[in-house]
Design a protein around this ligand. Structure first.
Ligand SMILES: C[S@@+](CC[C@H](N)C(=O)[O-])C[C@H]1O[C@@H](n2cnc3c(N)ncnc32)[C@H](O)[C@@H]1O
Length: 347
């Protein structure tokens, strides 16, 4: 993530008082707040010009809306869609109080674009992760438009990256990729964050009622056998898991290894949560699991047969053989999916 920004984005950051949007009168920060550095990095990727029309998905606190309002200036317009009605009302009041007159706020599901939009958008930016780049957005943009959005890049729960997509005549053109992600876009207010809205293929709860889930392609085979195996594996993790060192050493870059797994999607690749808010990545089969933290990868939680541990170790070895490529070596690729374009990664 960048720490120095283009002059227009830096000027907008200097002019907008973040705390007046992200803090309540008693000083607490509202939960739907993103770090200013990732907001500014994504606004740089979006490359907004004065006079443009921007569609924003996820108004949240209204801070990013205020920055966009500055970037498009008096001759431009920002349409911002937020799924939680109270947030739309709160942001509308704040933006009005700060004199932003080029902003239209809509309450609804921004994955469907802006309902009833008449003019097309030059830029689209989302602060909630989509499963695919929705066709609805493409129908609402100009031929030269740019989209910056967090998107799921494997189909497994929690595997996100941020992509910039432009247009080459009528075709979408994937242009840039950075690591990062936001909560999954949802079409109504969500009251729990521990179970992802999609991709949890096996789910159970421990005796303290904490959710444990697995997301893996092998769990998606038809029939009840795969579901039963997934639940049995979770029970085994709850009862018998032990922690072993690896697969990476302290000196190795976990983000690069994580990116390698996202791009290569080896058989058995799994994401999981093991009773706490953190999530893990690794290998599972019906008979074993080896799961590590994507942000560290120095410890592995293991249950069942040794094959699972061997598989995860072999993936790390394959990554080393390739010269330990970093996340910056990954390229986005678009594939046609239902109702939109799936983003997948290549190395
Ligand atoms: C990370 S927060 C937004 C942060 C915001 N940009 C700011 O500056 O504070 C993500 C927001 O997206 C909203 N959201 C999630 N899914 C949505 C959807 N389908 N349509 C519109 N908004 C959505 C959430 O309610 C939340 O307010």
């Amino acid at each position: 993530m960048s720490t120095s920004f283009s002059p227009p984005v830096q000027a907008a950051l200097d002019m907008v008082d973040e705390a007046s949007y992200t803090s309540e009168p008693d000083g607490t920060r509202i939960p739907q707040t993103s770090a200013p550095a990732i907001i500014a990095t994504m606004l740089d990727l979006l490359d907004v010009d004065p006079g443009q029309r921007v569609l924003e998905i996820g108004t949240g606190s209204g801070y990013s809306t205020a920055l966009l309002s500055r970037l498009v200036g008096d001759t431009g317009r920002v349409t911002s869609v937020e799924v939680i009605p109270d947030l739309t009302a709160r942001a509308a009041e704040l933006l009005r109080a700060h004199g932003s007159r080029n902003v239209e706020l809509i309450c609804g599901d921004g994955v469907k674009g802006a309902p009833g939009a008449v003019a097309r958008f030059d830029r689209v930016i989302a602060w909630a992760t989509v499963e695919r780049i929705p066709d609805e957005w493409i129908r609402q943009i100009t031929p030269e438009a740019v989209i910056v959005t967090p998107v799921n890049v494997t189909g497994l729960a929690k595997t996100f990256a941020i992509v910039r997509v432009g247009r080459d005549s009528e075709n979408l053109e994937p242009q840039r990729l950075i690591s990062g992600g936001f909560v999954e876009a949802h079409d109504q207010a969500v009251h729990q964050w521990l179970i992802p809205p999609y991709g949890a293929d096996a789910l159970t709860h421990d005796d303290q009622d904490r959710p444990w889930w697995l997301s893996a392609t092998w769990l998606r085979t038809e029939g009840t056998a795969a579901t039963a195996s997934g639940e049995a594996l979770l029970d085994r993790l709850i009862a018998d898991a032990r922690t072993v060192p690896g697969p990476l050493a302290e000196t190795e870059n976990p983000e690069g290894f994580y990116g390698y797994l996202l791009a290569t999607r080896p058989a058995g690749l799994t994401t999981a949560a093991l009773g706490d808010p953190a999530w893990r990545i690794g290998y599972t089969s019906p008979t074993g699991a080896a799961l590590t933290s994507p942000s560290d990868a120095q410890h592995t939680i293991h249950a069942g047969d040794q094959e699972a541990l061997h598989a995860l170790t072999a993936w790390a070895e394959n990554w080393r053989v390739l010269g330990r490529p970093g996340f910056d070596r990954l390229r986005p690729d678009l594939q046609r999916g239902e109702d939109g374009s799936l983003v997948r990664l290549t190395l």
